[in-house]
Design a protein around this ligand. Structure first.
Ligand SMILES: Cc1cc2nc3c(=O)[nH]c(=O)nc-3n(C[C@H](O)[C@H](O)[C@H](O)COP(=O)(O)OP(=O)(O)OC[C@H]3O[C@@H](n4cnc5c(N)ncnc54)[C@H](O)[C@@H]3O)c2cc1C
Length: 378
């Protein structure tokens, strides 16, 4: 069957928070934009991982977001929407507590506002890319099993795991699964008593560093297990059930508790990343380095999760922030390929800071803005 051809200015692959931000930024600026997502829902790790905190938005004070643009606008709208949404202190820095449904509602509203220029295709599986010299020409995919050929001027990889970077043959950096940060698996538990504080539950093996986040409903919490990168979702789900039985026996607060909802999948903290024109390093982050082409600011610490030590944090000096240069979003070899979110060009350690959702939103926005400028040269 001959695939239907879909021409567009900007193709964004991946509808996590960075891809959503990229697609909104590009379409708002008049570019015909296509956003494709392999799953049947938007929001990526933030939704699959049942997040309640957007990190990386603030420095050491929660007064104003470090970056203007979409992240500041989202904070403003969400704060007005519900009293639950707002800044909270997390260690030495601030995060933004939010209800996922409010964030999704706001992203959906912006997709609707830009629907003249923005099309979203869910359940889209990419399988091939054609190139001419240093340029991506076309991407082949199936949408609900129907083949399509997408012909974009500029491509943004917002897939988290560098799906386009890999398929296009662009240079990349990646660690073997055993050397990557731990992944996560979350489940919502109902029927608990007490536990209003963030509670570290001491249980064996990879559930050792699990956290329990109380929800708005008094008798509910989210438990996040930290699991090996690449772990099988089915096996981890069974492990979660076993751990839950154990918690019900050993913790009085959990005697009548039950699992109300599972994450749809294990969520990865680290995957394949672009080898960009510049690679951000731990030294850049911790020395609060600024760049001439700095486009996104962050003050989030380097947060590394390992099986041996759990979470380890290395903070910037109070009040300091570092910048992420635009070169980290640009492929070294492929002229019309950009990356955003957690697959930008950063070392394993620097990614420990860059990858948080608030920073990914701003990275996505900058990728969208840059893509529109690049379109002018094609
Ligand atoms: C366990 C865990 C806990 C975390 N806790 C927090 C927290 O509390 N606060 C915080 O701010 N951050 C947290 N993070 C980090 C943060 O959630 C993510 O790093 C961030 O959301 C990444 O956003 P992204 O858009 O770059 O990628 P993702 O959210 O990973 O989105 C990528 C999207 O691309 C899609 N995709 C992949 N391949 C393809 C393809 N071939 N074609 C089409 N679509 C594709 C995926 O389905 C997904 O929807 C956590 C991460 C983990 C793993």
């Amino acid at each position: 069957m001959q695939p239907e051809t879909i021409p567009c200015d900007v193709l964004v692959a991946g509808a996590g928070v960075s891809g959503l931000a990229a697609a909104i930024a590009a379409s708002e600026r008049g570019a015909k934009t296509l956003l494709i997502e392999k799953n049947d829902y938007i929001g990526g790790t933030v939704i699959a991982g049942m997040h309640r905190y957007l990190c990386g938005l603030y420095g050491t004070a929660p007064s104003k977001t470090l970056n203007a643009g979409l992240s500041r606008a989202l904070v403003s709208v969400l704060t007005k929407r519900n009293a639950v949404n707002g800044p909270v202190r997390l260690g030495k820095v601030y995060g933004f507590r939010f209800r996922p449904k409010d964030l999704l509602c706001e992203f959906n509203a912006r997709i609707q506002m830009n629907k003249k220029n923005l099309k979203v295709l869910l359940e889209t599986q990419l399988y091939a890319i054609t190139k001419e010299k240093e340029r991506i020409l076309a991407l082949y995919a199936t949408v609900n099993n129907t083949p399509v050929c997408i012909e974009p001027k500029v491509v943004i990889d917002a897939s988290g795991d560098g799906a386009i970077i890999m398929l296009s043959g662009a240079k990349y950096q990646v660690r073997p699964p055993s050397g990557r940060q731990l992944a996560g698996f979350s489940f919502r538990v109902a029927g608990i008593k007490g536990g209003r504080e963030m509670l570290a539950i001491k249980v064996p093996y990879h559930v050792r560093f699990a956290t329990c986040m109380p929800l708005e409903k008094k008798n509910e919490c989210i438990i996040r297990m930290n699991v090996p990168s690449g772990a099988d979702t089915g096996e981890i789900q069974n492990e979660a059930k076993r751990q839950m039985h154990r918690l019900c026996r050993v913790l009085p607060e959990f005697n009548h508790a039950y699992i109300a909802e599972f994450s749809p999948s294990v969520t990865e903290r680290e995957g394949l990343r672009l080898q960009g024109e510049y690679t951000l390093t731990a030294k850049d982050v911790l020395s609060a380095r600024h760049f001439e082409d700095g486009v996104v600011k962050s003050a989030w610490p380097i947060e590394l999760w390992t099986a041996e030590r759990g979470p380890q944090y290395r903070y910037l000096e109070p009040g300091a922030h570092y910048e992420i240069p635009l070169r980290c979003l640009k492929s070294k070899q492929i002229n019309n390929l950009l990356a955003c979110g957690r697959c930008i060009s950063a070392t394993h350690e620097a990614l420990g800071s860059v990858r948080v959702a608030g920073t990914c939103i701003s990275l996505g926005e900058q990728a969208g803005i840059t893509a529109v400028k690049l379109c002018e040269s094609y």
